[in-house]
Write a protein that binds this ligand. Structure first.
Ligand SMILES: NC(=O)c1ccc[n+]([C@@H]2O[C@H](COP(=O)([O-])OP(=O)(O)OC[C@H]3O[C@@H](n4cnc5c(N)ncnc54)[C@H](OP(=O)(O)O)[C@@H]3O)[C@@H](O)[C@H]2O)c1
Length: 367
């Protein structure tokens, strides 16, 4: 089954994830119209937080969000690399409202510190992009003792999302288009087409990749976590419907970035000609930030501005919706009370009462 899945993935990938596939779509009239009507919208007065912001796709997203006037918080784990990226985005966009937010997403203490800082600042949030990602080749424990791929893509990202949910719900504003428009604060999970090669692993030891400790397969860990991100987005989208926070997952396509060149050089060199640039990889994240929420499908997995199937034919990876809900519960169970969600002032419509995964599953009530 594994071989069949990998083979289908390569065929599907060549046809859909490549630079050529992007160029073909970008030449269509409908795409050009969207460029004029949606992609030109501004984000003045909107607050955005992007993880993994100092390189690759995250950096490209930040450049565009800053050009559109967003108040931007770039989440980076290294102060030097982070500040250099912030300076670059400020210079590039002319927007001074761009800030470095130091945080190691794989560490629950670090995520908790970020959430507490946002709670104290009391600012709303209109867009959260869970972009930070790693593909490792050795079993590496996170600061909390979990395998790092799981800790980065699932545990930390979910703790961050659930922790900030009341601020996202507060960011649901009246009028306008794009993130923060009526009923439309957004969370975008940057997943990967690699998820097509893995079924949903939602029970331990596969849940936390602990089963890979003795014989580590970084690609399998990464692909499992990317599958889990799609399922988490789906479950959160269901759970948060009434709060007005839209949740989506997406695949950037095969995009040339430092991460890809370093972590999978063999694959990159073999398919170099099919790789798009990082800005093309960032395109769908920006689309999900800017399009009217009524025109987006909550919980869907997007590639090139369009919802995609979540499973390849005959891949045997399908799961019922309840399994995604169980995954959400299990991962929030591991977060426990270590990242309590932001407590709002009890104002009506702040979303504290709809914090869902954050308040309920983390066992830390919001007032
Ligand atoms: N490029 C592609 O073809 C492709 C395809 C599918 C999916 N994706 C996804 O796209 C996202 C961006 O990847 P990329 O290709 O742009 O790679 P990249 O250039 O390596 O960017 C990854 C970013 O994540 C940051 N990061 C990693 N672990 C972190 C942590 N614990 N805390 C905070 N930041 C952390 C990295 O920071 P450091 O500089 O400190 O390491 C870096 O800024 C990833 O989620 C990846 O899985 C990419």
């Amino acid at each position: 089954m594994g071989l069949l899945r990998n083979f289908s993935f390569m065929i599907f990938g060549k046809g859909n994830f490549s630079r050529q596939a992007f160029a073909k779509l970008a030449a269509k009239d409908e795409w050009k119209q969207t460029n004029d009507t949606v992609m030109t919208r501004d984000l003045k007065g909107k607050v955005a937080l992007v993880t993994g912001a100092n390189s690759g796709i995250g950096l490209e997203v930040c450049k565009e969000l800053a050009k559109k006037g967003a108040s931007l918080y770039m989440v980076c784990r290294d102060k030097g690399r982070g500040q250099a990226a912030v300076d670059r985005v400020r210079t590039d966009s002319g927007n001074e409202d761009v800030h470095l937010q130091l945080c190691d997403v794989s560490s629950l203490a670090s995520v908790s510190a970020l959430v507490r800082e946002w709670e104290a600042a009391g600012r709303p949030l209109h867009l959260l992009v869970n972009n930070a990602g790693v593909l490792l080749h050795e079993y590496t424990p996170s600061p909390d003792g979990f395998e790092t791929s799981f800790a980065t893509h699932c545990l930390g990202a979910l703790a961050l999302t659930a922790g900030l949910q009341p601020l996202l719900a507060r960011g649901v504003a009246a009028g306008g288009a794009g993130a923060g428009a009526a009923g439309s604060s957004r969370v975008v999970w940057v997943s990967s087409g690699g998820m097509y090669t893995q079924p949903l692993c939602s029970t331990d030891p596969r849940l936390t990749n602990k089963d890979l400790e003795r014989k580590y397969d970084g690609m399998a860990a990464y692909s499992r976590d990317k599958r889990r991100q799609v399922a988490l987005a789906e479950a959160l989208a269901r759970k948060w419907t009434s709060s007005g926070v839209g949740v989506y997952s997406m695949h950037p396509g095969w995009a040339t970035t430092e991460g890809v060149q370093k972590s999978i050089p063999g694959f990159y060199n073999l398919f170099k000609d099919a790789f798009r640039d990082a800005a093309e990889g960032a395109d769908t994240i920006l689309y999900l930030a800017l399009q009217d929420s009524s025109k987006l499908e909550r919980g869907a997995f997007y590639l090139d501005r369009t919802p995609q199937p979540k499973h390849l034919t005959l891949a045997g990876t399908s799961y019922p919706p309840e399994e995604a809900d169980r995954l959400l519960e299990s991962v929030m169970g591991l977060v426990g009370d270590r990242v309590p969600p932001v407590r709002t002032q009890g104002a009506a419509g702040t979303g504290a009462e709809t914090a869902g995964a954050g308040a309920e599953a983390a066992g830390a009530g919001s007032s």
